[in-house]
Write a protein that binds this ligand. Structure first.
Ligand code: ZN
Ligand code: ZN
Length: 82
């Protein structure tokens, strides 16, 4: 599966679980807040309060949960431009 499809899927899962937690449909505002949270571009893990993610120094638009995933994903990321 291509990288972007997996990423979109992870974001959808994230929104679905928030709606499930709230027991209702989320507002566009809540959706925006939720999507602003960093997600690891390698394993699609969500950043938590006690788990600070590293940002790509190049584009600053993707995050990684650990330096290992940063290394693993960086090559693919720079090659695809995502
Ligand atoms: Zn990760
Ligand atoms: Zn980058």
């Amino acid at each position: 599966m291509p990288f972007d499809t997996e990423f979109i899927k992870a974001r959808q899962t994230q929104l679905n679980s928030l709606a499930e937690r709230l027991g209702r449909t989320i507002t566009p505002e809540e959706q925006q807040q939720e999507l602003a949270k960093p997600i690891c571009a390698h394993c699609f893990k969500l950043e938590t309060a006690d788990d600070h993610f590293e940002t790509c120094e190049d584009c600053r638009c993707v995050s990684y949960c650990c330096s290992e995933h940063k290394q693993l994903c960086l090559e693919k990321h720079t090659a695809s431009g995502m």
